[in-house]
Every structure is written in C-alpha cells, then in structure tokens.
Design a protein. Structure first.
Length: 94
C-alpha cells in the first residue's frame, strides 16, 4: 500500500465524511474502497475493514489534573515545552 494525498471539493469531502461516519470507518478506507470498486482492483484477500470499534482504546486516558487555561490538544507545543523544562529543573536538584 502506498501513501498519497488528494484534494477534494467541499461537496465530495462532505459526501466521503458522511459515508465514513455512517459506516463507522475512516475517510481513507471509504476512499480506498470506492477507488478499488471504480477501477476494478478490489482484491478478495484484502485486510478486514476496520471500524471505530477496533480503536476503543483511543481517548481512554484522563488527566487527573487537566490544564486550566487550554486543553493540551489545542496548544500541545506549549505543554510539551513546559514538561521538558520541568524535567530539566528536576534533574538539576538531584
């Protein structure tokens, strides 16, 4: 399998997004399946299709002390820099 990048007009993007949501699958898998069907390249020995249920571990962690001003996902570079800096401070004390 090769990785590629495509650009879609808004209507096509929304159609792919909607179908992926309805099927509980990724947009990438919907695009792959659609292209395989269109070009007749679908292989009967393909990997089983993954759904969102295959990834129940995503989002399982909960931060007991979440940052008050911004979630880490919004400003991850800031929080990473602070974490690295605090580790440097701890190593200086030992």
């Amino acid at each position: 399998m090769r990785r590629t990048q495509i650009q879609l007009d808004d209507a096509t993007y929304e159609a792919v997004r909607r179908r992926a949501y309805e099927r509980g699958r990724s947009m990438a898998s919907v695009v792959r399946e659609t292209l395989s069907e269109a070009f007749g390249t679908a292989s009967p020995a393909q990997e089983p299709q993954r759904t969102i249920e295959d990834f129940t571990f995503v989002g399982m962690g909960v931060d007991p002390q979440p940052p008050e001003d911004l979630p880490v996902s919004v400003d991850h570079d800031k929080w990473l820099a602070e974490a690295i800096a605090s580790r440097g401070d701890e190593s200086d004390e030992t």
